[in-house]
Design a binder for this molecule. Structure first.
Ligand code: UDP
Length: 237
């Protein structure tokens, strides 16, 4: 059920299997394991500890991670997109009357994201929200707000590594059952950013679509070859 990549266990099953798998956790951190996120973990003791914790499950999100799984001879079954898992959790929370907290993005994006989620899921309980522009070392009032609103799931959309640092520093302090870093997903739900068309996603070209839409992202692609090189050399030693 897992592919070993460097220090990490990457979930190797379908999205449906993943949703069943996470049911057994009372507290879980879901990490969208793209090369950038996983590479960050190699450079930080805090993140490595968090990503390899028994309460963390990493999903293979990104064509670079899929390629790496092939390199080590244990190809993952399918790419599992973080934003799709987020939506599955939202659907489940809506059905079960459980609440969510949205932490991240700019205030206008956050407001539009909340509005659109409420339109799509009228019965969804959003117990609280806060934008993602604050000091990670000075955020006691936000922690208190999350504790007070007591959400079942918290989605943290502040990009990597900020969202991962927030989760690793605060997971034990907070009562939530599901923690998930979701990058630019609030921008997508807000309608500010579009996901790639299905045919591009199918061909593993979502990254290309995002670079064309936002050329400054090209710098971030460098993490893909860096990560693949680590994977190739790690398995030779
Ligand atoms: N962001 C934030 N706080 C910050 C920096 C970024 O909330 O200090 C938000 C930003 O507004 C955007 C998201 O984080 O909504 C960035 O997501 P990105 O596109 O980097 O994530 P990806 O989808 O590539 O993982």
């Amino acid at each position: 059920m897992f592919t070993k990549l460097l220090e990490y266990n990457i979930f190797n099953g379908s999205k449906i299997e993943f949703m069943k798998y996470i049911d057994k956790f009372s507290k879980i951190n879901i990490v969208s394991g793209n090369p950038e996120v996983l590479y960050n973990g190699l450079d930080s003791d805090l993140l490595l500890k968090s990503f390899t914790d028994s309460n963390t499950v990493i999903i293979p999100d990104g064509v670079g991670t899929l390629l790496a799984s092939k390199i080590v001879g244990m190809p993952v079954k399918e790419k599992i997109a973080g934003i799709e898992v987020m939506e599955e959790i939202i659907k489940k929370c809506t059905e079960e009357g459980k609440s969510i907290y949205l932490l991240g993005a700019k205030q206008d994006v956050l407001d539009m994201c909340k509005g659109n989620l409420k339109k799509r899921y009228p019965l969804l309980k959003i117990s609280g929200s806060h934008n993602g522009y604050f000091d990670l070392n000075n955020c006691d009032s936000i922690i208190s707000d999350i504790k007070f609103s007591n959400p079942y799931a918290i989605f943290v959309a502040m990009g990597a590594p900020k969202q991962d640092i927030f989760i690793s520093q605060n997971m034990n302090k907070l009562p939530c059952s599901i923690f998930m870093g979701v990058g630019g997903s609030f921008d997508v739900f807000a309608g500010k950013v579009r996901r790639a068309p299905k045919w591009m996603i199918g061909l593993g070209l979502e990254w290309l679509y995002r670079v064309i839409a936002e050329p400054s992202r090209i710098k971030r692609l460098v993490s893909i070859p860096k990560f693949l090189l680590k994977v190739m050399t790690f398995n030779k030693t």
